[in-house]
Each structure stands twice: as C-alpha cells, then as structure tokens.
Write a protein that binds this ligand. Structure first.
Ligand code: CTP
Ligand code: CA
Length: 226
C-alpha cells in the first residue's frame, strides 16, 4: 500500500541513543547483566534516522543487527557506555538513554576465571557512574531523555529522577504489563516531565512510542520549534 513519505523534521539534528543491557564482568567468563532486548532503543534510532537525523546508536550486547544508515557503536560495560555516549553526545541535539545500565560493577574484576570454593562467597560491588546525570551536569541546549521502570509511585519517582539528572523528560513503564517492556514489541509508558506534568499513552508499538518521544523532544530544541 501507499505510504506517505516521513517528514524530514529532524534533518541536520544529531541524535544519540543508548540501548540494551550492560555487562559487568566478575571474571573473564562471568558477568552481571539484565534481560534488556534493545528493541526500544533501536526503534528510537530508526525513527530518528527516517526523519533525517544523523544517528549514533550505542548498544550493549543484543541479538539485533546493525540498522542501515546509523552509526552503531557496540559496547559491553557501563564504563564503556559512558565513554561512547559522552563522546557521541558532545554535539548532539537529542540524547535518549534507553540502555538498562547496571547500577554496580565488580570493585575489582578478576583477570582469571575464579574456581568454585566451599560455602558462601561475597562479591564486592561498586557503583557505576550515572551517565544521564553526567550529561545533565553539562546539559547545554541538548534535549535529554531517560527511561525508568518503577514498581510503585511511578510518576513521583520519575519526576524526581528527571529533576535529579537534569533530564527534560522520562518515559516511565511498569514491569507488570504483559507484552511490554523487556523483550516485547509493544510498550505502555507515561511521559513524565521534570516539572511533574505527565501524559499516559496507551499500549503502542515501540516504533510508535519512539515517534511520540521524538515529537516531544523536537519541540524542545530551541532552533527547531515551529
Ligand atoms: N541511567 C544512566 N546511568 C546509570 C543508571 C541509569 O544513564 N548508571 C539512565 C538510564 O539509562 C535511564 C535513567 O537513567 O534512562 C533512569 O534509570 P534508572 O535505573 O531508573 O535510574 P537510577 O538513577 O539508577 O535509579 P534506581 O535506583 O531506581 O535504579
Ligand atoms: Ca538503576
């Protein structure tokens, strides 16, 4: 069927998207991670590309192939993610953090595989840098967008998170909704702005969530709003 051409309303805008999980190695063959599929971030990157943006997608280990027309940077750890996002985000107009960044890494990862020992073991973890907050400390005119999954008091917690990190808005979702969030093709989110205002969207494809996210972000770019 006929498809109307997509508006090139992000032409010339540099968009940086982070996606997927991070891996925090304990030793060469073991790591702490999470089940993020990367689908939400890839959808944002593809939507931005189709609207004319110059897109860098920084992604942790996912099964998705590199989308054409996008500069894809593959990373594993949160520290690698930070370096890549800070570098690519330097002259970006919009940065979208969909990555499920591990909050902690091993205080000192072993260089050799650790053999099993008798009884309990304790792992010493140290906090990873908060990448979104770091971008927010030197925000400039960039539009900063986060994602957050909360089990309770979602809107308040997301608004506080946006304020703390100096992000413009956060897309909030709940882990309990079937077919959404981790691994699914759909997402049901509430847009929560740093000022505490919010908008709940119905269950939508991740691509449609991406489209609406970029509409909101675009309006916040000072030189583009019309
Ligand atoms: N984020 C980040 N760097 C981190 C942790 C999170 O940039 N080290 C980003 C995520 O990519 C996401 C947003 O911050 O866009 C919110 O993530 P979340 O895990 O909800 O925030 P935290 O500050 O880690 O709060 P919590 O204690 O609830 O995990
Ligand atoms: Ca976290």
């Amino acid at each position: 069927p006929y498809q109307a051409p997509t508006a090139q309303d992000l032409k010339g805008v540099r968009v940086v998207v982070s996606a997927g999980p991070t891996r925090e190695y304990l030793d060469p063959v073991r790591f702490i991670s999470n089940p993020s599929s990367g689908k939400m971030g890839f959808a944002v990157a593809e939507e931005a590309r189709d609207r004319g943006a110059q897109v860098t997608l920084v992604t942790g280990p996912v099964t998705l192939a590199d989308p054409p027309g996008i500069n894809v940077v593959r990373i594993e750890s949160a520290l690698e993610l930070r370096d890549a996002v800070v570098e690519a985000g330097r002259d970006a107009g919009i940065v979208v953090m969909t990555a499920a960044v591990a909050d902690y890494r091993a205080a000192s990862a072993a260089t050799e595989k650790q053999a099993k020992v008798a009884g309990d073991v304790t792992i010493h973890l140290t906090p990873n840098p908060d990448i979104l907050a770091e971008l927010g400390r030197d925000k400039g005119s960039r539009v900063l967008v986060g994602f957050a999954m909360e089990t309770h008091a979602g809107i308040e917690r997301a608004a506080l998170k946006a304020q703390r990190k100096n992000a413009d808005f956060i897309l909030l979702n709940y882990p309990t909704r079937e077919g959404t969030a981790f691994g699914g093709d759909d997402n049901e989110v509430t847009l929560v702005r740093a000022d505490g205002t919010s908008e709940s969207w119905p269950r939508l494809s991740k691509r449609e969530v991406a489209r609406r996210l970029l509409n909101e972000a675009r309006q916040l770019i000072p030189t583009l709003s019309d």
